[in-house]
Ligand binder design. Structure first.
Ligand code: CO
Length: 138
């Protein structure tokens, strides 16, 4: 397994990014609004992986509800898979649930699904297919 990124819910990207810049000297490689998720995402380099900071752009987004319920903090862990459609099928076959039951396209244009934490030991797990960026159309 390879960790692709760790997703962190924040109230303010600007404030969170200030910390990473001032304390660690790290600036985002990528910052973008993901309309269908109603978030703005900033991606920070972290070795082979990344940190994905997520600020809600609407009060009814998943991230806004997460922050309202649990406060800012660790939201999901993302693992790389070779074929996200096949991985989604395997999750379904195992009797576990996907949060949204179809493959979607993410902040950087890659394909992904989320596995419901009830089936993973309490961690919201994102499966991402790297290399799918170019064919995404975003
Ligand atoms: Co993510």
């Amino acid at each position: 397994m390879r960790i692709d990124h760790i997703g962190i819910a924040v109230r303010s990207l600007d404030q969170a990014l200030e910390f990473y810049r001032d304390a660690l000297g790290v600036v985002p490689v990528h910052r973008t609004v993901v309309k269908h998720e109603r978030v703005e995402a900033a991606v920070l380099p972290a070795g082979d992986g990344r940190l994905e900071l997520l600020e809600p752009t609407s009060g009814d987004s998943v991230i806004a509800r997460f922050i309202a319920r649990r406060g800012e903090g660790l939201h999901h862990v993302a693992l790389q898979v070779d074929d996200v459609e096949a991985a989604a099928q395997a999750v379904r076959r195992s009797g576990r649930r996907l949060v949204v039951d179809r493959v979607q396209t993410g902040a950087e244009g890659y394909k992904y699904v989320f596995v419901h934490p009830r089936g993973t030991g309490g961690v919201l797990l994102e499966l991402v297919e790297r290399g799918s960026e170019r064919t995404s159309g975003e």
